[in-house]
Design a binder for this molecule. Sequence first.
Ligand code: GLU
Length: 313
Amino acid sequence: MSHAVPNLESVVWEIADEIAQRKDRGEVASYIPELACVDVNSFGIVVIDADGHVAAAGDSETPFSIQSISKVFTLTLALGKVGDRLWRVVGREPSGSPFNSIVQLERERGIPRNPFINAGAIVVTDQILSGHQPREALGEILRFMQFLTNDPSIAIDEHVAASEQRTGFRNLALTNYMKSFGVIENPVDFTLGVYFHHCAIAMSCRQLAAAGRFLAHLGRNPATGHSVVQPERARRINSVMLMCGHYDGSGEFAYRVGLPGKSGVGGGILAIAPGKASIAVWSPGLDANGNSHLGRVALEALTKRMGWSIFGA
Ligand code: GLU
């Protein structure tokens, strides 16, 4: 018996319809006051397949705060700058702790578990910053996003950056603490300034899915033909995303979705189906681990219906 290949476009539309009916929307992040203003009913999804076909539904063109999804791209940049020396100052093991946890840092002498928890991402940002002024480092990160998407309109939402800068006491504590171990090279306020601003980059699902394409295609962006990283590096970034991309919900995400992914507290998730597609979803309501609740539900439905889990059907 032969099985018809599901039509991507209709699957994406079906999922958007199902999500629109759901009442369990999660809670919008409120610890960054500006993020609390976002409508919890927003939902967007974009899938770009290997041939460049775009399947989109919902609020797919609305820019949202990518927050921790930016950490995939800062990791890529920092590996490009310092190579494997990066792994001297940050690990690559799942943390099993909340995104902003401080306890593990004491036991592990200021070396964060992985580049996607806040402490680890702050170290990665610090590595990008070394030898530059904050403005230059931030410009480099933003230009990288524009280069990946071929879209010069991508920008930082200054309100979100300022909102987090005013209230980011825990990130300040984490950074000071790591500085006391000599892990942070630059002035704490410089490193955090760059960190808060790259988390505040605003992108739509369409832009985000475009930015992730190099990770789905062995380091090469099929849209531009640019080789962004070597295939081995793309593979490794994907494995860090699989193991660590959803904080202490990473196991649950791998179990349900079965793809490398990275979430952000703005409600976005970037997921990579290697060789098949780059996927961005956005639903601002979060679960208890700070990951998009319905974003995960949508991705679970997508991988199931398309047979895209890296672990097979
Ligand atoms: N800018 C956020 C913070 O540092 C990022 C957290 C996230 O998106 O998970 O708290």
